[in-house]
Write a protein that binds this ligand. Structure first.
Ligand SMILES: [Zn+2]
Length: 753
């Protein structure tokens, strides 16, 4: 609590010092950030793979020239990097986080008003003819709870816009070709900068002519000189401050500023670059306002006036609404919610509960302050330990062929793991001995298992029984089932990650008009408490809903007027992730392939269609991995280009093949390391219901779903299945649904030697 208070006080200082003024301590300063570096080259552009000259090189050359131009104009300049280094080796998104710690750390105390941040980049797109100079800045319209801006950036957003306008105009007026112009959006570096910030995309390296120009000194110099001029224009203004030191207007003419100041009592005029004051004597600045740090967020509706000064005020307001959460907008920590489960439990040294949290990071942050603590995830079958500072990952599963495969906290979890790997052993680090050896090849030999019912409804029930043979355990935190219509796939396409998030809920199918008897029976057998209905009343009627309620279960419905709206509602229920899958919404194979990977990686699936605008969830995915599943006939190149323009080309990747089966194997092969399992799931690729309910099996066993045809297996599919079978030592295949051709099963079984 004390830390939080101190933080709020610091914010008060930073904001209360007066906006738009130049304090004595605040010499105008520019923090320059040459994008990428080290392991992260940025775009290779048109010829980088041949020449070795990547975006990071161009970014550095322009930044060095810009530094010298700014210094000539009297600015203090700091650079986040001066050599070819990365900020983190973990991932390019971690790199951005560390980069911004460095950048924000360069702000001299109290000099936020007179410091700006500029990140220098070069762009790329799939069209070799597109090109031009672009400027990006964070605009408050794009604030979202999943990608929260820093409080100070919220405050400085209008100044970021002014910086973008001034620098962009100076460059374009000098005759440099313009691309998309000034773009307001939410990029990680611009939204988390604690000073006015812009990101420059100097040109497109994917355009061969422009790339050649980008490498030339005269062009770099021209851009640098004009950006510096634009920064000067940004600072070279007369700011009219009110009596509290809050900027109310900016003028380029001193006379205009003084004239306006005369009409506002107590106001004064200050020259931003020099800090020279005119008009009334400058009073001591008073804190202007409490920083509004606590935001109320709703899964679908953007609420007006949704920021509060205290946690309690925010919670009181949030309680008036359904499905809300209160988020500390600087840290992104969820403080209260009436729809998210508090499934991360902090335990002390003797495994007594200390506190519960909505998010893993928040629980770990709390646990980290205790000398002995662990965090468990209550939604897992065995309450898995996800973090501990005193328990060791004491159990190592290893084998001769694969070496050490996994380190685990829990003995039983480790034993289960070892049981599934032929010729493996379980080593106990504390006891310093092998406590289990799996050499019993006969007992653990390959077993295919057919999970099927006489129709799609009964197959879904059979899958549910596989997952929960004894129903939900009484201690299971979330006794939830996801219910979708059996009649069409539109609404349920992206339900896999939703089911996985709600304690690996089984997905059951129902007829639209009435709840079928076998589904009713299964819900009772599971002892389900809550049903999430996916789709509107045409898909699952109100009588289905009343029936569920009469059985004593609570229900909620996720539906929109289109499948894309339903998809948005589903994704709003999911926690933020470090990546996202993008697939076509108008066909099922790619989305169902994506689902088996998505549930393992905890990524959402965003459905798109040609002609629709880029969904908001993709506009804010900067720094995340964005993986498109499917070819250009499914997810058109124009959409890929649009996404790249929103968030940069760096993190966007497409995985596809000539057929649905090849697209499936492209995705599974790419993410092969994420499937830590010796199990396979196989379902027909010629219809959707069986594959739809299979994603929960993927989530349970970390196993990939292979879609197979009715007739001959394409060679890519055979290759991928064979490779997967050999590498993962598959000893169990789940054939989901009765529609799989027996000869296909024979072929796959024969691979498991
Ligand atoms: Zn870049």
């Amino acid at each position: 609590m004390k830390k939080k208070l101190l933080f709020v006080l610091l914010l008060l200082l930073a904001i209360g010092m007066g906006t738009g003024t130049a304090s004595a301590a605040g010499k105008p300063t520019v923090i320059l950030d040459p994008g990428h570096g080290g392991a992260y080259g940025g775009t290779a552009g048109y010829s980088g793979n041949r020449t070795g000259y990547y975006e990071k090189h161009a970014n550095m050359e322009v930044s060095k020239r810009l530094k010298s131009e700014l210094e000539k104009r009297g600015f203090v300049v700091h650079m986040t990097r001066t050599s070819d280094v990365q900020f983190s080796r973990i991932s390019s998104s971690a790199d951005l986080v560390e980069r911004m710690k460095v950048a924000n750390g360069m702000i001299a105390s109290g000099n936020n008003d007179n410091t700006v941040f500029m990140s220098v980049h070069h762009n790329a797109t799939s069209s070799p003819t597109y090109g031009g100079y672009e400027t990006y800045y964070f605009d408050n319209r794009y604030a979202s709870s999943s990608y929260p801006p820093s409080v100070l950036q919220r405050h400085y957003s209008p100044e970021s816009g002014r910086l973008a306008t001034n620098t962009h105009r100076a460059v374009i007026n000098s005759g440099v070709k313009e691309g998309r112009g000034i773009v307001a959006n939410s990029l990680y570096v611009t939204r988390t900068s604690n000073v006015p910030a812009v990101l420059l995309e100097v040109g497109y390296m994917s355009n061969p002519t422009e790339e050649a120009m980008i490498k030339q000194a005269w062009f770099q110099q021209k851009v640098a000189a004009n950006v510096a001029k634009g920064v000067d224009d940004f600072f070279n203004v007369y700011v009219v401050n009110d009596k509290n030191g809050k900027a109310i207007k900016h003028y380029t003419s001193k006379t205009d500023a003084l004239n306006y100041s005369k009409t506002v009592s107590g106001s004064y005029v200050i020259h931003k670059k020099t800090g020279k004051v005119d008009g009334a004597t400058k009073p001591d600045p008073e804190p202007v306002e409490r920083p509004l740090v606590y935001g109320i967020y709703h899964p679908s509706v953007k609420m007006k006036d949704n920021l509060f000064g205290t946690e309690q005020e925010a919670i009181n307001e949030a309680k008036k609404w359904k499905n809300t959460r209160v988020v500390h907008t600087t840290t992104g920590i969820v403080l209260w919610s009436n729809y998210l489960p508090k499934k991360y439990v902090v335990l002390d040294g003797s495994d007594k509960e200390v506190e519960r949290f909505y998010q893993e990071e928040a629980a770990i942050a709390r646990a980290g302050k205790l000398s002995q603590a662990s965090v468990i995830d209550e939604s897992t079958l065995e309450d898995d330990t996800v973090w501990s500072n005193f328990k060791r990952k004491n159990f190592i599963v290893r084998s001769k062929d694969k070496g050490e495969m996994v380190h685990l906290y829990n003995r039983e979890e480790a034993r289960d793991y070892a049981r599934n790997w032929p010729n493996s052993e379980l080593y106990d680090v504390w006891a310093k001995k092998v406590i289990f050896t799996n050499t019993d090849k006969t007992k653990y030999s390959y077993t295919p298992q057919n999970i099927e019912g006489s129709d799609r409804l009964k197959t879904a029930v059979a899958v549910s029984k596989l997952l929960y043979p004894n129903g939900f355990a009484s201690t299971k935190a979330q006794k939830t089932v996801v219910l979708a219509t059996s009649a069409q796939y539109a609404d349920a396409l992206s339900a896999g990650p939703l089911a996985a998030h709600y304690g690996n809920a089984p997905i059951l199918l129902s007829r639209a008009g009435a709840l079928p008897a076998e589904v009713e029976q299964e819900l009772k057998r599971l002892k389900a408490k809550h049903v999430i209905m996916v789709g509107g009343t045409a898909a699952l009627s109100t009588s289905v809903e009343s029936k569920l309620k009469s059985m004593g279960m609570s229900t909620e419905r996720l539906s929109g007027s289109t499948r894309y709206e339903t998809n948005e509602k589903i994704n709003a229920k999911l926690p933020s992730a470090d990546g996202v899958f993008v697939t076509a919404g108008d066909n099922y194979p790619d989305a169902l392939t994506a689902a088996s990977v998505a549930v393992v990686k905890n990524w959402p699936i965003v459905l798109v269609r040609e002609g629709l605008p880029v969904p908001n969830s993709l506009k804010t995915a900067f720094g995340d991995e964005v993986v498109i599943i499917g070819g250009t006939s499914a997810v058109p190149a124009s959409l890929e280009t649009a996404v790249k323009r929103e968030i940069g080309a760096d993190g966007v990747r497409r995985l596809s093949g000539k057929t649905r089966y090849e697209t499936g194997t492209a995705a599974i092969d790419f993410f092969a390391d994420d499937f830590m399992s010796n199990r396979l799931i196989v379902s027909t690729g010629t219809n959707y219901p069986d594959a739809l309910v299979s994603s929960a099996v993927s989530a349970r066993y970390n196993a990939p779903l292979f879609l197979v045809p009715d007739d001959a297996m394409p060679s890519d599919l055979t290759t991928s299945l064979t490779q997967h079978s050999t590498e993962k030592l598959i000893n169990r295949t789940y054939y989901i649904g009765g529609a799989i051709n027996p000869s296909v099963k024979t072929t796959i079984n024969a691979m498991q030697k």
